[in-house]
Design a protein around this ligand. Sequence first.
Ligand SMILES: Nc1ncnc2c1ncn2[C@@H]1O[C@H](COP(=O)(O)OP(=O)(O)OP(=O)(O)O)[C@@H](O)[C@H]1O
Ligand SMILES: [Mg+2]
Ligand SMILES: [Mg+2]
Length: 559
Amino acid sequence: MENNVVTDGQKQTSPSSSYEAAMEKISSLITRQRRGEKPPISNKLEKMSLYLQILGLEEDISKLNIIHVAGTKGKGSTCIFCESILRECGFRTGVFTSPHLIDVRERFRIDGMDISEDKFLQYFWDCWNQLEENTTEEISMPPLFLFLTLLAFKIFVSEQVDATIIEVGLGGKKDSTNVIKEPTVCGITSLGMDHTEILGDTLGQIASHKAGIFKPKVPAFTVPQPSEAMDVILERAKELMIPLEVTEPFDCKQIKGLKLGLSGDHQFYNAALAVSLCRCWLQRTGNWEKKYQNHFQDSNLPDEFMRGLSTAHFSGRAQIVYASAPNPSCSEIVSKNCGELIFYLDGAHSPESMEACAKWFSNAVVENAEESSENGHELHKGNTLGQFEKSFKRILLFNCLDVRNPDILLPRLVNTCASSGIHFSRALFVPNMSKYSKVLSGSSVISSDLHGIDLSWQFNLQRTWEKIMHGKETTVPIEKDFKIDSKQILPPPEFLYDNASSGGHSHNCRAPPSAVIPSLPLAIKWLQDCVKEYPSTRLQVLVTGSLHLVGDVLKLLKR
Ligand SMILES: Nc1ncnc2c1ncn2[C@@H]1O[C@H](COP(=O)(O)OP(=O)(O)OP(=O)(O)O)[C@@H](O)[C@H]1O
Ligand SMILES: [Mg+2]
Ligand SMILES: [Mg+2]
């Protein structure tokens, strides 16, 4: 074995250096395939079976009591609600989700916590070494996602969890997680248009991939879907002769006004689906009768379920971070000599999720204004709530992958916000920091090197933005060679505050100005400097378009 840092799963140097070594190994599994292209191996599931044999896991997987979740949007959230409910019911849980935001260990949760670095390393090297020793000409090391899926099985089997919750990576039928032969129950979350280049560009085709996780004799659940998708799902369930239940989203009454741990109205769908999945899981594992036989009526959820729903936590999905309050955990206190800077983070990146995100943001910023006014800020100066509300500036910080279509995403976002009366004063376009060519640890160094950085995609986003705002093509310069060392690398703070240069809140007269900022750390630092310079203002910054962008911002704010 070439690795001289760790042998036989035993750490011999400091944990962090061996962790970095593991990240190097994992990164070497990233296939040089561009995102959006068809995956290079066609017989993926056969290979998965072989890898499972090598790791000696095939039999054990059948004992994992798996909830398998596919869907376009809300897979991760649904898995996290399931985890939270089953933990409250007293079970030891293992959850595999994707992608991760900051550290790859987020993908593997045991009992509600990311796996520890020590345990991760132990299982990682076990798997790595066993696979490496057994690769042949026909079967080489697995690509990244296959490896992570195998590692998840290895971890959950070894940790002897009671309930395993597995999120599909992409699609369903051909996904590496579909090596699961006998899940306890399957779920399909909300379907929409994403990954069309791989799954097909109709809802029916997409639904057919997702319903590919259904298995004979295994009950399935979904949420209301557009009929084109629902027809395909129903048809598949009929073929397999399995029961398929459509779970309606919660209304507030049903959960007695309970505040869900994950925000946004779209979470009512995910939460309701999770409840159905958990109830079925409890029934099929023989735990339902034991626990609830005499105490539970259909109209009321058991207390454990209610607690699970309200305590679920998942970063980067409708998450609010107060970045300039003196005590980050104390959101109400706004520093006297520093304005207010609040980040609203949501990793939406499909048209439907843009809309979900926009609705959540619009409600959340108004709630924040109301809370602040209740806390006595400004109102005592005789301002009405309406006027007070106007002291907030809404800023969009956006990026998306170039396989996505900003001509669809950005209008969906802007129009949904506008229909709730929320308008952006400014938009900033930035490149992500994380590289798709490398899996990083949470403590990896953030590069500040701007040389050779290609911002053409960000200028393209900016042009799209200006087009939406003006309703026609505008003259945003196409700056091919962005002059990194010129003074104009960042706009002056007045860019944010100078109402004369924009419509400000009179959004319908002129387009809000926008800017491309060449790096995310610079953008964040710049926003922080702006609120210091103008202590009376409040910036509400929506970060969206990419979960990677959201992860990068969280990483910067944590430091
Ligand atoms: N039911 C839903 N309907 C529409 N949008 C949703 C729904 N659930 C979540 N979203 C949006 O999708 C984003 C990602 O949520 P989540 O991680 O739960 O989904 P996912 O299916 O795992 O996504 P990914 O494709 O990134 O793996 C959220 O931040 C939110 O904007
Ligand atoms: Mg996805
Ligand atoms: Mg996910």
